[in-house]
Write a protein that binds this ligand. Structure first.
Ligand SMILES: Nc1ncnc2c1ncn2[C@@H]1O[C@H](COP(=O)(O)OP(=O)(O)O)[C@@H](O)[C@H]1O
Ligand SMILES: O=C(O)C1=C[C@@H](OP(=O)(O)O)[C@@H](O)[C@H](O)C1
Ligand SMILES: [Mg+2]
Length: 192
């Protein structure tokens, strides 16, 4: 787990930007995987704009995600999510962090596959559960048994997430290192 030399890190970031040729980089995966926080660092490393579909939905609705789920319900949230992702994918040179359910939607998934390079940030159950337990801002986990709910979501969604172009394991290491792993994994894929 050596930290790469900053010059090498910079060179890898530049190479990736070249190979992407403007295509959006879209992060998918479960709640707690690190899409939002690692995505922000990744965008800064690549000199790209960062967007988060949840933040875009909150801005458009002028409500938080828990408020949207409580007052309008999940179907309306999902409709907003599909619209927002279709809109932001018209931009080049972005890193987009999606919400965990976005890629599960067939329409959204087709759009991401057509317009972007998708990266599944994959993490094991205990790591995800520890991370999502720190905050109570994820309405889907407000159940009697959040562990069982998370486990069921993992079972249902992992076969779909596996359709992403690239998979990166979110290890329990600093986010900068996950961002480096991500750059290396996408580079490997694009150079094939
Ligand atoms: N590599 C990491 N090391 C430590 N904490 C992390 C790491 N990646 C994410 N986290 C933390 O886990 C929580 C969930 O991350 P977040 O980026 O919101 O995930 P997502 O958007 O995939 O749901 C946040 O508190 C974040 O700071
Ligand atoms: O997995 C999901 O269905 C959801 C994930 C959340 O985003 P994060 O994956 O960024 O936590 C957010 O979109 C909403 O609470 C629903
Ligand atoms: Mg997020």
């Amino acid at each position: 787990m050596n930290r790469p030399d900053p010059a090498i890190r910079q060179a890898r970031a530049e190479e990736l930007v070249q190979l992407l040729g403007g295509r959006p980089l879209v992060l998918i995966g479960m709640m707690g995987a690190g899409k939002t926080t690692v995505g922000r660092r990744l965008a800064s490393r690549l000199g790209r704009n960062f967007l988060d579909s949840d933040e875009e939905i909150e801005r458009a609705a002028q409500m938080t995600i828990p408020e949207i789920f409580a007052q309008r319900g999940e179907p309306e949230f999902r409709a907003g999510e599909t619209r927002v992702i279709a809109r932001v994918l018209k931009n080049e040179n972005i890193v987009l962090a999606t919400g965990g359910g976005a890629f599960v939607n067939a329409e959204t998934r087709a759009l991401i596959k057509a317009e972007a390079v998708s990266v599944w940030i994959k993490a094991d159950f205990e790591l995800l559960f520890a991370r999502v337990s720190r905050r109570s801002n994820r309405p889907l986990l407000k159940t009697e048994n959040p562990r069982a709910t998370l486990q069921k979501l993992i079972e249902d969604r992992y076969p779909i997430y596996a359709e992403a172009d690239v998979t990166v394991i979110s290890r329990d290491v600093p986010q900068e290192m996950v961002a480096s792993d991500l750059i290396d994994a996408v580079l490997d894929q694009l150079k094939r």
